[in-house]
Design a binder for this molecule. Structure first.
Ligand code: GLU
Length: 417
């Protein structure tokens, strides 16, 4: 694995690559490769022992041509300005690929939440919400969960915003708890679109899902849900991992029991009757389907020649470097890109925002059915684009679809003044 590839450079390369197949004005293209604005700020909060601590936090608003900026907030020690920029740009093209009426944004705090108590996390979250307040709003910028954040943090941000604005505005943030404006099916949504993308890809490739072997790197919300849902589809999950390492069982893992084991012990490692493996072994396992569901740059150009999966479905954002993409394209490994595969999260966030605005809750069945329709239609559009222009891979097709829609939105508005 390599941490050396700058994800913001990867994003720019991906956009440039798609633009070679389109007729986009150079000035417009430059606009669509850089964030419109960025907040970079100190958050100073009180530790439980009474001392003060200052950490760095970011929010990038990459592009708002198609609607309010939209994207998660992550808490991770590796959060940097360029990482947040890249992640916010990926959101722009992701929202365009599934055609939800949003631009793209992303935020993060450079902390490891495992080092802090719940009360400390609440204080730093409310400090961030206070900094974000002038920038966000249901029609302006709508944050959501990402790595190491969830309903708890979203509800604190909503509460801080509503208190300071003296209003109720559930649509200021998505991924909230049910009962305070959260949507049915939001927690599972990223894993669900990953499963749907895998199902559609296998059908397109005329491969049987029954008994197909799967390895999942990362067992957070997206990875654990994707594992459970591909298991339900009839696939056999033989390997999963988290930041402590991985486990392997050629007969297939009980994905729900592994989730319980991780909840109890903090890791998938040590789950009974399995071999312990490294993340690298997992990424190069001989499987039909590989699901990277952790962080950026999991597979780089050095590791890509060793990958032994036939299909990769990206549940994480940016898990393959552009160099890895080149190698895997050359080797005919089919990659369903992140901006389609993990778009279920933001799609159900969109449903949540619609429900908040209408003050009318949807049933879980409605959420699941509408998500399935949107993801399968988006997959079909990608494949049509891929076939019609003899493109190198599905990622290029996805960026062509996304870029075309963003350019259309920008050009419809024109340049003013
Ligand atoms: N953090 C998720 C993503 O990367 C969800 C974003 C959202 O729901 O706005 O797509």
């Amino acid at each position: 694995m390599s941490g050396e590839t700058n994800p913001y450079e990867s994003l720019r390369e991906q956009i440039d690559d798609a633009a070679t197949h389109l007729d986009v004005d150079d000035g417009v293209l430059e606009r669509l490769k850089s964030p419109e604005r960025m907040l970079e700020t100190n958050l100073t909060f009180e530790r439980d022992d009474g001392t003060l601590e200052t950490v760095r936090a970011y929010r990038a608003q990459f592009n708002g041509d198609r609607g309010p900026y939209k994207g998660g907030i992550r808490y991770h020690p590796n959060v940097t300005r360029d990482e947040v920029k890249a992640l916010s740009g990926w959101m722009v093209y992701k929202c365009a690929v599934v055609d939800v009426p949003y631009g793209g944004g992303k935020g993060g705090i450079a902390i490891d939440p495992a080092d802090y108590s719940a009360a400390e996390i609440e204080r730093v979250t409310r400090a961030f919400a206070t900094e974000l307040r002038p920038l966000i709003g249901p029609d302006r910028d709508v944050p959501a969960p990402d790595v190491n954040t969830g309903q708890r943090e979203m509800n604190w941000i909503k509460d801080t915003y509503e208190t300071l604005e003296n209003t109720t505005a559930p649509g200021v943030i998505t991924g909230k708890a049910p009962g305070s404006g959260g949507s049915a099916g939001r927690v599972e949504a990223t894993g669900r679109s990953t499963m749907l993308a895998a199902r559609e890809a296998f059908e397109w490739l005329d491969r049987d899902v029954d008994g197909a072997t799967v390895a999942v790197q990362g067992y957070g919300n997206a990875g654990a849900t994707a594992a459970r849902l591909v298991d339900d589809l009839g696939m056999t999950v033989v390997a999963v991992s988290d930041s402590s390492g991985g486990i392997y069982d050629p007969d297939g893992l009980d994905t729900s029991a592994v989730t319980d084991h991780k909840a109890e012990t903090g890791s998938v490692v040590g789950y009974p009757d399995t071999d312990t493996i490294t993340n690298e072994t997992l990424l190069t396992a001989d499987v039909d389907l590989l699901v990277p569901a952790a962080l950026e740059n999991a597979i780089d150009a050095d590791l890509a020649p060793e990958v032994d999966a036939d299909v990769i479905v990206e549940a994480a954002n940016g898990p393959l470097t552009p160099g890895a993409d080149d190698v895997l394209t050359e080797r005919d490994v089919v990659v369903v890109p992140d901006i389609l595969a993990n778009a279920g999260g933001v799609t159900v966030s969109y449903f949540e925002w619609v429900q908040n605005r209408q003050r009318f809750a949807w049933t879980e069945d409605r959420v699941v059915e509408t998500l399935e329709r949107i993801v399968t239609e988006a997959f079909d559009t990608l494949v049509e684009t891929y076939d019609s222009a003899s493109l190198p891979n599905l990622r290029t097709a996805a960026y062509i679809v996304g870029l075309t829609r963003v350019v259309e939105a920008y050009e419809a508005g024109g340049n003013w003044p």
